[in-house]
Design a protein around this ligand. Sequence first.
Ligand SMILES: NC(=O)c1ccc[n+]([C@@H]2O[C@H](COP(=O)([O-])OP(=O)(O)OC[C@H]3O[C@@H](n4cnc5c(N)ncnc54)[C@H](O)[C@@H]3O)[C@@H](O)[C@H]2O)c1
Ligand SMILES: O=C[C@H](O)CS(=O)(=O)O
Length: 484
Amino acid sequence: MLKLNDPALLETRAYVNGEWIETGRTFAVFNPATGDKIADVTDLGVDDVSRAIDKAYDARASWAAKTGKERGAVLRKWFDLILENADDLATILTAEMGKPLAEAKGEILYGASYVEWFAEEAKRIYGDVIPGHQPDKRIVVLKQPVGVVGSITPWNFPNAMIARKVAPALAVGCTFVARPAELTPLSALAMAVLGERAGLPQGVFNVIPSIDASAIGKELCANPKVAKITFTGSTRVGKILMEQGAATIKKVSMELGGNAPFIVFDDADVDAAVEGALIAKYRNAGQTCVCANRIYVQSGVYKEFSEKLSKRVAALSVGDGFQDGVAIGPLINEAALSKVEAHLSDAIAKGARIATGGQRHALGGTFFQPTVVTDVNRSMIVQHEETFGPIAPLFEFETEDEAVELANDTEFGLAGYFYSKDISRVWRVAERLETGMVGINTGLISTEVAPFGGVKQSGQGREGSKYGADDYLELKYMCFGEIH
Ligand SMILES: NC(=O)c1ccc[n+]([C@@H]2O[C@H](COP(=O)([O-])OP(=O)(O)OC[C@H]3O[C@@H](n4cnc5c(N)ncnc54)[C@H](O)[C@@H]3O)[C@@H](O)[C@H]2O)c1
Ligand SMILES: O=C[C@H](O)CS(=O)(=O)O
């Protein structure tokens, strides 16, 4: 049993229309570090979800009719409660997802930062007054909430990926139906417990745990009462949802797969680049969408960088996320582990060499040694596919043009990173990288104040920042005639 200050935060029922409901059907949630069952969570079916959508639809008008200041005040209270209960939320998150407790706490604070940010933005959803095109015309542009938002999120950030969506949606007056990943529903349900305490009116925020992702996704995409689908997950599933939503012209926000290049130029601060690579590659055991998936190192510093990185990686501690000092937790499941092994064996078969790691960890289960691989080339799978594990493949390059061409040789375009002290090179490379986000001399770029999102097949839309509310708003143009 989890040791919580407030055991009520370990909620296993669904949250619909301000009520905690059970269906008599459940699915189990397991701790990936131990394999132990944490809880049995209520499983909602399509009919249950359709009812949740109805309740969210019914709640739209009254929630949108509140002032931005009123909605912001409720979000601010939610933010305060999340902070007050951050330790418990982090414990729940580590238990169901496996990341080290310190990272889980960081995620809770990161997710909360979006609630705080949009509690403030709620008061600033400004429209426009446009000079009339004729003497008697006056033109006004309103920004209005799109309506009911259906949300589907992944297991790797089970708190922050919902917070990054629900905060702007509620801030502008939308209502929200959240389907968390079946592997990690408890964090979402704990958010609902606190949202209820914060005063979110019934029907405004609904959490619909379910084991049948496909069936629930189809309902969210097909139901005409749902105005928008906001999704974070793989590009594969994002394409399915976009296709399914087309029948009702669903608005979509897509935060999809990544394949981030991490480039180290000869003029880089190599020690700083090693530190940046450690966080960009091994955060969440490499299970983040913005993880460095490919590391390109210019020939002049290749040996120094690979030796220094390998030494640091070999010292990373692997274990249960609840253990002090653990840096690398378990992968989420056996399928994730198999993918890591497949990428690694492909690289080795094509000539790559293991500098450190390369094996399943002695702890067994889904623990894997943090790994550095050298002599990697573009024929290997890691060039084109997202590994989503603690593997750092090092490619050597000669010229800037070669590095940029390699970096852009992917269907993905979420994040990219590079280290250089040459300001002209910084601008050249940053402008040429085909990504939505670029880290320059840093390996950690995610913040609520900046627009998070990708290009190419990494998605559409942006989350966070002054741009983040736009995805949940419609423009209405009003033309006033006969003004004399
Ligand atoms: N761009 C971002 O912000 C971001 C953030 C986190 C993760 N990701 C990406 O997500 C992937 C890892 O997460 P994942 O394995 O959970 O991804 P996934 O796409 O397999 O699953 C994401 C969510 O979609 C659900 N789902 C699966 N199939 C579905 C279907 N047919 N219809 C409706 N829902 C369905 C899953 O149950 C889960 O809740 C990686 O590709 C990663 O890059 C992107
Ligand atoms: O993996 C998905 C998250 O978006 C990563 S981050 O915490 O936002 O960097």
